[in-house]
Design a protein around this ligand. Structure first.
Ligand code: FMN
Length: 166
């Protein structure tokens, strides 16, 4: 059984407990690395061709009305993997449209999808139900939602969750 961790994450200014802080490494990236370290999964980072603004308010504005978003290595396919962890920050109560673009470019038939997200307070929002619809033919598991500021210290939560999900 081959596993892949695919994720999108953005460093820069972010809202943390209602305050603007500068994040050197994206919270979702921190969680993605823990999952990869515990599972030995391969990793694919979804990186936008046009980087998201460093400024939080500008990023929120751009994200609000986005359609599909070009990312680097857009011809990458998940075909050789059985289990696909999909990680993202909660943006506007679901996953960012760049993640929606990645999903649209894949064939999920027969795959197991294990979602994880970081968020300020809204957990998955409606991302899980959107994943159920968009990852056609996949079994979508419950997933793990981590508050951004808990990302650095969620090692045990990740391990416990992996035991249940895998
Ligand atoms: C454009 C944008 C929209 C966001 N929308 C939400 C939201 O609807 N609910 C929420 O709880 N957090 C929201 N957040 C906060 C992020 O989910 C949170 O900071 C996340 O941990 C960032 O992950 P990252 O560092 O991996 O990018 C938003 C952040 C951005 C930049």
């Amino acid at each position: 059984m081959k596993s892949l961790v695919v994720y999108f994450s953005r460093a820069g200014e972010n809202s943390v407990n209602g305050k603007i802080e500068v994040i050197e490494k994206g919270y979702t990236e921190i969680v993605a690395e823990k999952i990869a370290a515990n599972t030995g999964a391969d990793v694919f980072k979804i990186e936008p061709v046009e980087p998201y603004p460093y400024n939080y308010a500008e990023c929120v504005r751009r994200a609000k009305d986005e359609g599909f978003v070009d990312y680097k290595n857009m011809d990458f396919k998940i075909d050789e993997y059985d289990t696909v962890f999909i990680g993202f920050p909660n943006w506007w109560r679901s996953y960012p449209r760049i993640v929606a673009t990645f999903i649209k470019n894949q064939n999920f038939i027969g795959k197991t999808v294990i979602p994880f997200c970081t968020n300020e307070e809204g957990e998955f929002g409606y991302a899980l139900s959107e994943l159920q619809t968009s990852c056609k033919g996949a079994v979508v598991k419950t997933g793990l939602a981590v508050r951004g500021y808990d990302a650095a210290t969620c090692d045990e939560a990740v391990k416990d969750w992996l035991k249940k999900e895998m």
